[in-house]
Design a binder for this molecule. Sequence first.
Ligand code: ZN
Length: 258
Amino acid sequence: MLLEQRLSAILPLVAGGAALLVLLEGRWRRHHALQFATCQPCDDTERPTPQKPQKSSQEQQQKPPKPVTPRRALLGVEESPTVGLSKDPDATTRRDCYIGWDDYFMSVAVLSAFRSKDPNRQVGACVVNPESLRIVGIGYNGFPWGCGDEQLPWARLAPSQLDTKYPYVCHAEMNAIMNKNCESLLGCRIYVTLFPCNECAKLIIQSRISEVVFMSDRYHATDAMSASRRLFKLAGVRVRQHQPRARRITIDFDQIDL
Ligand code: ZN
């Protein structure tokens, strides 16, 4: 009888303790799942759970919530199979909207072109070591170091060639090669947004770059590009046009809110 009384007194305490443990474990899991999903540094500090604005029941009926999947790109076009950042706290498999190497390096070349001050054409280049897959040089078209962007002409046409940009501007390939952060570019690959001119072809060959990946071939029919192809062929430099796996890559700083 005494034993039954003691048990009946203890059991509610045990059940209460178990419920408390389950509650704490659930809170811990939610807390750490959120931190992992957002790639924030994990520490022991309790963070307040972000409060989402409450929608009315009418709004919820009109717009059913989108299923969050690893394919959902937060940057770029959500509905199309593109690349971008995504968030799926419940995912257990690798996401598939990551960027491929070729697209990645060509995107770096394109982004470099954003830096160009040339009002008519912006070209970017990115040199990569294909074994380590590391970027070893980046460049875009512009005037030489120390020559101010306002001190030389940007015009394409002028009565005198000295009043055009052509005698002064350094092409993206030249800058990428000169900006190299390693001793040698032997066996490297260069990604360029525009097929290299004959002057850049000579630089590429002499720097021992062995592969050219280009995006645009806009001036294919010109003598300069014919000379480039001839030089590349003689020197054994492989040339191929980039075939993007992701047709569209968008960077929208306003959407970076993971
Ligand atoms: Zn060039």
